[in-house]
Design a protein around this ligand. Sequence first.
Ligand SMILES: CC(C)(COP(=O)(O)OP(=O)(O)OC[C@H]1O[C@@H](n2cnc3c(N)ncnc32)[C@H](O)[C@@H]1OP(=O)(O)O)[C@@H](O)C(=O)NCCC(=O)NCCS
Length: 162
Amino acid sequence: MSAVRLEPWGEDDLPLLRRLVGDPAMMEHLGGPESEEKIVERQARYEPAGSRQFKVVAGDEAVGWVGYWERGWNGDEVYEIGWAVLPAFQGRGIARAATAQAIDLARAEHDRRHVHAFPSVDNPPSNQICRKLGFTLVEARDFEFPPGSVMRCNDWRLDLLT
Ligand SMILES: CC(C)(COP(=O)(O)OP(=O)(O)OC[C@H]1O[C@@H](n2cnc3c(N)ncnc32)[C@H](O)[C@@H]1OP(=O)(O)O)[C@@H](O)C(=O)NCCC(=O)NCCS
């Protein structure tokens, strides 16, 4: 695998976002492809400096996204993290390497103690990434996502202080 690095998500990255979240195959475990309107909204959230959203670059190719954000969870203030890698670049350890780097950035903020990830129980690569990166499986839970349908997801938690 060529070196993986993260770059802040930029104003030129809308086409990459379309290929990631507008593709039915990519969004199989995430409620289906997003509309152009939703993708443009997402781009506007990702673009500002400090958004904690990153382009994943392998060699000199833009191949995916990783990002984390603040949320409340069971009365705690935590980070949630997510990731995606284009189909042609999957299966090479890129998502795992990129997610490890994003976790290092979250840890360096010295703000929130826990990072959670909520992959569908039917998403083996994402569950494997959590396992390999030292997350602890808390439990499987049903989420209403997208609105009107139920998705069973694993709640994985990583302690940034240990
Ligand atoms: C999930 C996703 C990011 C994985 O990207 P990737 O770069 O292929 O992942 P990696 O190569 O880093 O690691 C995948 C791990 O899952 C394993 N894996 C892949 N397919 C698997 C399967 N069907 N069953 C079990 N394990 C599997 C790989 O062997 C690897 O584990 P290893 O490190 O022990 O060898 C990619 O499939 C994707 O973008 N999917 C669509 C978006 C998505 O579902 N995002 C997750 C939201 S939580």
